[in-house]
Design a protein around this ligand. Structure first.
Ligand code: UFG
Length: 338
């Protein structure tokens, strides 16, 4: 019998890519999403989409009463570092309360496994690069803090109720499904790679580089970009590990690229000029964030298929050039309501 999974936020960018991999591997998937940031069309037909909100505890209970889940994967959250610096309670409030509702329902309905979409922002401005799982936790923003609080809830849910959990701390998720079934579509867009590709499409006059006076070789910030399908593969391996124990992993390629290197790669991939302007630093941006991803490689045999930035940008470009307005059409034939 195939296993049944609840995926919150499965209509969003990372969630919808994980759903693709789950259905390909034979899991039955129920996506629970309020569609505030997610898109109906991002959910493949093999998965069931239920429109609902994690703030609604009764709705969550109904969801768990109607379906027998083997595990929960939790992606639904506000996830912008910059926004969290302006609206902290959206993060310390909504993200935390919604996760609490979900974890409580998971425990009460006797589902024993939980995978959390966590973040490298947990480490703030780290003392050492690359960042391994033992690095000091000192969240760089209310967003990172909210994920840390949720990781701690999961720790206690494990200690007290035996809920096994995998906390996966993503570095910079990027790229898209090479088969074009889903991709990145945020409104407004704040992430570097889609912004650079929008400039390549002529949808923006230029890319603003947020500071070129960082202590890095070309003065711009360095990040570890990881393909969403490699993230998806890590989720499935972590899910398997939950049969025996809880875990937490840092998820990146272990190689950093500067903002200027990203723009240069996108110029080569797209053939477009992509004008840039240097602006001031963005509040809260650490100079360098690169993962030490050895633990998940060694323990779970995880190996990224899209380790090179060029490949990541190519898949993103394929998505953006084929879907210049993102998800436009609504699909209503697979929606249930709680
Ligand atoms: N940047 C620009 N110009 C832009 C947009 C971004 O120069 O228009 C720069 C940023 O300053 C940063 C880099 O590009 O140095 C990447 O920025 P993103 O906004 O794409 O991503 P962040 O590194 O800020 O954040 C991402 C996720 C977070 C996660 C973090 C962990 O969005 O959820 O990675 O590394 F916490």
């Amino acid at each position: 019998m195939s296993k049944s999974l609840l995926v919150t936020g499965g209509a969003g960018y990372v969630g919808s890519h994980v759903v693709l991999e789950l259905v390909a591997r034979g899991y039955e998937v129920v996506v629970f999403d309020n569609l505030q940031q997610g898109h109906r069309d991002a959910v493949v037909r093999e998965a069931m989409l239920i429109e609902g909100d994690l703030a609604d505890r009764d709705g969550l209970d109904r969801l768990f009463d109607q379906h027998r889940f083997d595990a929960v994967l939790h992606f639904a959250a506000n996830s912008l570092v910059g926004e969290s610096m302006r609206q902290p309670f959206l993060y310390l409030g909504d993200n935390v309360v919604n996760a609490l509702n979900l974890i409580r329902a998971t425990v009460e309905h006797k589902v024993g496994k939980f995978v959390l979409s966590s973040t490298a922002n947990l480490f703030g401005t780290p003392e050492r690069i690359p960042i391994d799982e033992e690095a000091a936790i000192d969240p760089g923003s209310p967003y990172g803090e909210s994920k840390f609080i949720i990781e701690r809830m999961l720790h206690w849910a494990d200690q007290i109720h035996g809920l096994r959990s995998a906390c996966l701390r993503y570095f910079n998720a990027a790229g898209a499904d090479p088969n074009g079934r889903t991709g990145e579509d945020h409104a407004p867009e704040t992430h570097l790679i889609p912004i650079v590709l929008q400039a390549a499409l002529g949808q923006r006059p230029h890319v603003e580089i947020f500071g070129d006076d960082y202590p890095t070789p070309d003065g711009t910030c360095i990040r570890d970009y990881i393909h969403v399908l490699d993230l998806a593969d890590a989720h499935i391996r972590a899910l398997d590990l939950l049969e025996t124990r809880s875990c937490r992993y840092n998820l990146g390629n272990g190689r950093g690229y500067s903002v200027r290197e990203v723009v240069e790669t996108a110029r080569r991939v797209t053939g477009a000029e992509i004008p840039v302007r240097v602006g001031p630093r963005r509040a809260g941006d650490p100079a360098v964030l690169v993962a030490a991803a050895d633990r998940i490689r060694t323990e779970l045999g995880w190996k990224p298929k899209f380790a090179e930035l060029r490949k990541i940008v190519e898949t993103a470009w394929q998505w953006h050039s084929n879907n210049p307005t993102g998800f436009v059409r609504a699909r209503s034939d697979q929606v249930e309501s709680t």
